[in-house]
Ligand binder design. Structure first.
Ligand SMILES: *[C@@H]1O[C@H](CO)[C@@H](O)[C@H](O)[C@H]1NC(C)=O
Ligand SMILES: *[C@@H]1O[C@H](CO)[C@@H](O)[C@H](O)[C@H]1NC(C)=O
Length: 375
């Protein structure tokens, strides 16, 4: 009895105190106008005396810790001004604020700000580092992922199409058909920054054809930016499902560029990197299709390609110069090390499929020459 009573009393006291002292909180459902921190679509300028208050009273607060002298900060600032009114109108609004962390050193240490600008999203007081894109439009899209439900429920064909369209082209999406959402719930939470998740309840046979599955349950991964989709029929146990989600974060084979570099660096898989002269010429496009088939049979490796014409500064680091015969194939660790396979440093034009197979066999058999980036 005693143990039960105490927390109840405590709770009552807290409620009474809150009724008297707390300012109106800004919440999704709150109809009363916010008093202390207006959600009017402007970027709040915080300081050391009110930031803790703001974090405590605003459900979703994105804080830009900046320094007045930093160039990246100056470029970010107008983007935040554009994003703020959009985020303020959402049914689950996000408020944007900024704080001069160069001036308020205590705050800088308290919130572990290590560079400028640092963006942190405080959701119910819990900080999450925001490391996504910083242009207004993509920032808005990315932040949307934080506030929409982790797994969307799609009840019709058109809901499925709308979900795919709204997801944009930057990230993979995963749709469970005839799959209980609890199967992907916790994984959706874990991967939601980089992926979209949904389960479909009502769908027609056309949908089955369109998304390439012929029985349920099925988990379909879609890479809208690369016209790619794959089906997983189980087993629907955490480890297997997570492996599938992880493997499908990147498409089967993808062009290497600055945007995707960070993601490649975070991957444990090594990269079979094909260096061509120009990724858009006819011969390269044919090779890229061949690489895709090789990739689907070798999911323990990533497959990527890059053109000297597209990104010479990068291909230079692999010691590619005017005299190098292209296409060149290397296995790259995503960092500064890579391997050549002895006797298959470059591809001939004929039958590239079997040359790639021999390359992979050679790599797996350890017939390699270790190299380091040229700087
Ligand atoms: C912090 O900002 C608030 C709101 O703009 C202002 O009233 C207060 O005086 C500021 N405090 C300091 C120490 O600058
Ligand atoms: C999903 O699974 C949970 C727990 O296993 C269950 O309670 C729930 O009813 C299921 N939902 C559907 C739609 O089958």
């Amino acid at each position: 009895m005693h143990r039960l009573k105490l927390p109840l009393l405590h709770l009552l006291l807290l409620t009474a105190a809150a009724a008297i002292w707390s300012p109106p909180l800004i919440t999704a459902s709150s109809a009363s106008p916010p008093v202390k921190f207006p959600v009017d679509g402007t970027v709040l300028e915080l300081n050391d005396s009110n930031i803790d208050d703001a974090i405590a009273s605003i459900d979703n607060l994105l804080v830009d810790f900046y320094a007045p002298w930093c160039g990246h900060c100056k470029r970010l600032s107008p983007e935040l001004d554009v994003a703020a009114p959009v985020l303020a109108k959402w049914d689950v609004p996000i408020v944007i604020a900024k704080l001069d962390a160069d001036k308020y050193t205590k705050i800088r240490y308290k919130y572990r700000v290590q560079g400028y600008p640092t963006l942190k999203l405080f959701m119910h007081g819990v900080p999450v580092d925001y490391e996504g894109p910083r242009k207004a439009e993509s920032l808005i899209k990315q932040l949307r992922k934080f506030v929409i439900p982790d797994v969307s429920l799609l009840e019709s064909d058109s809901a499925i199409d709308n979900f795919v369209l709204a997801a944009g082209k930057q990230f993979p999406i995963f749709i469970g058909f005839g799959l209980n959402e609890t199967v992907i719930g916790s994984l959706a939470w874990k991967y939601k920054e980089k992926s979209g998740f949904a389960v479909a309840r009502g769908f027609s046979e056309e949908v089955m054809v369109k998304y390439g599955f012929d029985k349920v349950p099925a988990l379909v991964s879609i890479h809208p930016g690369y016209n790619e989709q794959h089906v997983f029929y189980g087993p629907f146990e955490d480890d297997f499902v997570e492996d599938y989600i992880r493997q499908n974060q990147l498409p089967l084979s993808f062009p290497l560029n600055v945007d995707i570099l960070k993601q490649v660096g975070e991957e444990k898989r090594e990269v079979v990197l094909t260096i061509v002269d120009d990724v858009s010429d006819e011969k390269s496009l044919k090779l890229i299709r061949t690489l895709k088939s090789a990739a689907s049979a070798n999911r323990d490796l990533l497959f990527s390609y890059v053109g000297v014409k597209q990104w010479e500064a990068f291909t230079d680091t692999f010691d590619v110069n005017k005299n190098t015969k292209l296409p060149r194939l290397v296995v790259w660790d995503g960092n500064e090390k890579y391997f050549l396979v002895a006797g298959l440093e470059s591809l001939d034009e004929e039958d590239q499929g079997s040359q790639i197979s021999r390359f992979l066999e050679g790599y797996r058999a350890g017939q390699t020459i270790a190299k380091k980036w040229v700087k």
